[in-house]
Design a binder for this molecule. Sequence first.
Ligand SMILES: [Zn+2]
Length: 517
Amino acid sequence: MNPKLLATRWQDLPEPVIRRLQAEKLRHYLRRVVMPFSAHYRELFRQHGLAADSFRSLEDLQRLPFSSKTDLLNTPEHSQRVRDFLLIPDPKVLAHRPSTILRALCQGRERVRNRFEAEFRPIFMTSTTGRSADPIPFLFTRHDLNNLALTGKRLFEISGAQREMRLVNLFPYAPHLAFWQTHYGSTAFGVFTASTGGGKVMGTEGNLRLIRKIKPDVLVGMPTFVYHVLHQAVEQEMRLENLRRIVLGGEKVPDGMRRKLALLAGKLGAESIDIIATYGFTEAKMAWGECPGAGDETAGSYHLYPDLGILEVINPKTGEALPPGHSGELVFTPLDARGTVVLRYRTGDFIDGGLVYEPCPRCGRKTPRLTGNISRSSEVKEMRLDKIKGTLVDFNQLEHVLDDAEHIGAWQLELRKRNDDPLELDELVLHVHKTDGVREDKLVRDLNNCFVAKTEIHPNRIVFHDADEMRELQGVGVQLKEQKIVDNRKPSGADRVPRPPAAAASDRAGESMEVAV
Ligand SMILES: [Zn+2]
């Protein structure tokens, strides 16, 4: 079977063909690209007695040990660990390949040299956004940038974009995947896009000014920031009748958030809005998106690109790969990456539906899809929420409770020690912005009931803030990701989240509004 089918017909191949072609492409990729030029994987394959031909089918992928974030972190003995994952071509190996010799004879040496430059020379980078660890750089070559444009273009196609549409890209301008996936994707697709750089670059007012001028059909950005911008737009009584799509990335998108965004868009005059989530991560160098659900605000499924990578769902405890339709941790292996390459990368992200191959019920495409909600376990671990007041608390569930709660908009959960004394008990403070005229004592009672029903604990205090105070607390436009859960339990050290002075002041100002629980 022609292996090129996987790329040309990526949207409509049956499962057995996809799996067979992926295994074939993997063998070729390992043999020609990874094993000769990756220091880390050459050694790992040697240690485990593996060769490219060890992978006859996708099931054989399980013989390859996982890689994870800890493999990429520097150690005192090894200060440049991520370099071992960079493909560094050996000119001698390349020069002796019959294909190189043939091409040099037909096209000239210069063309061949340029081709290898484009394939292997790193010219661009994005990095991870880790809060506690140092960011890890992922290098891209021209070949990778072409794939970034390709995956971006596919994202636009799947999300139902049309060339006449106008986009405003609200992702923060930073060396992070979301901004650049949008930039390269919109350029490759050929649709007008204005990138504001997010709140940090232009401020909320600057973003709103541009939105007012451009009257976009599509807003692209992080859920909390898009929410904030739309909320401000409603307060200013703006009209956004053209708005048809909101495309979200960089954070997970709970159903409650979709509902609230759709509500705000409706207040702005948008008649029918599709809220589309995307999922991607630095190590994959690509993102996947949902197709539109014709106003349906519930989660769809992420459409994958089988020619560019393999996603496995594994049992996080045993590491065993699970059959389609099972929930578990997502593991990614690229099939065409250059620059920095990690294989069988454990994302730490959990999907509660799984990988499926049936045609998409919304659009009919036959790409493999990830269905269900994705939660990032790293967020849970970083917050150590299992220890709150000695009760096991599921952070994801808490987030759903708050996003689904009526009468509140932006919110933040703050973990702190009573009186800031490290030996004292944990305290949970909920900061909220009330969106309508509901009575505060009733709202406090309702929120507490929700908390207890879902998590068996309730916040020590609920503090009400206006929209500006909430924005400062969340670090909208200051922090790269809006701070929805902050852990201020450590009196000093890297994990402590500095509180902006104005927010601290507003906390005091808010004391009169506090309702003791
Ligand atoms: Zn679809």
